[in-house]
Design a protein around this ligand. Structure first.
Ligand code: ADE
Length: 240
């Protein structure tokens, strides 16, 4: 999968994508991240990329030309037919695991990071296909949100994590939070590992984990329960 990032600050991405799991995924050819500095595409002799807003008001707005030319460069170079262009903005749809799952099967996605007060609306109208927010708070730019998308999407690509099953059971699967984990020692500061996990009985362990997932979700994120994919057995457990 190729991930193209249009940004004024490509260096923000460089250290993150060259470490640990992301680096290994690139080395194995599973993900291919291309960074484009929007400023390099500015036709302005001073490489200006922003200007005052028409109608007045605070802050600067990113001008359309450098963004549009960066976009054209990407789609022409890689021959991308129906480009998915994701603009990171607090005005977007709130990002969810299910969206990461959908993006993870695409060949190319293009991430557009805004700065200053935002970008010229005509860019959104002309090239953006998805507007995504990572939560109800405002950041100084789209770079951190873009990294969050890159990380959450990359780890879903087959072969990126050690074993494929690493994300078979994790939070948000079936819209439930994940069960708690324990490792050695069996007792720590007087606290014991739940007996069932030491029993070797995998049917009981699976059942206990499922029940823990349900309990934790009800406790911490009751809003998720409305969408949770519950089996008849789960429903019976909740009624108890
Ligand atoms: N840019 C600034 N704030 C943002 C947010 N919450 N999500 C996505 N992009 C942003």
């Amino acid at each position: 999968m190729r991930i193209h990032v249009m940004t004024l600050f490509p260096q923000i991405f460089e250290s993150y994508i060259n470490e640990s799991i992301m680096k290994r995924a690139s080395d194995k050819g599973l993900i291919d991240i291309h960074l484009y500095n929007i400023r390099d595409f500015s036709n302005n002799k001073h490489k200006k990329v922003d200007d005052y807003p028409f109608g007045g008001g605070a802050g600067m707005v990113m001008t359309p030309q450098p963004i549009y030319d960066t976009y054209m460069h990407i789609i022409e170079k890689f021959n991308i037919e129906s480009p998915k262009v994701i603009y990171l903005t607090p005005k977007g749809k709130v990002y969810k695991q299910s969206m990461a799952e959908k993006f993870s099967v695409d060949n190319d996605i293009i991430l557009l990071c805004g700065h200053y007060e935002g970008i010229d609306q005509r860019i959104i109208d002309l090239i953006v296909t998805h507007e995504i927010s990572i939560g109800d708070y405002v950041l100084t730019g789209g770079e951190l949100p873009a990294l969050i998308l890159i990380d959450s999407i990359s780890r879903l690509i087959s072969g990126v994590l050690g074993q494929d099953e690493s994300f078979e059971e994790e939070s948000f699967k079936d819209n439930l939070l994940e069960y708690p984990h324990y490792t050695r020692p069996r007792e720590f500061m007087g606290e014991r590992v739940p007996k069932v996990l030491l029993s070797g009985n995998h049917k009981n362990i699976d059942q206990w984990r499922r029940e823990q997932s349900i309990d934790i979700t009800i406790q911490k994120r009751p809003d998720l329960m409305k969408k949770a994919a519950l089996t008849d057995k789960d429903k019976k457990y909740i009624q108890k």
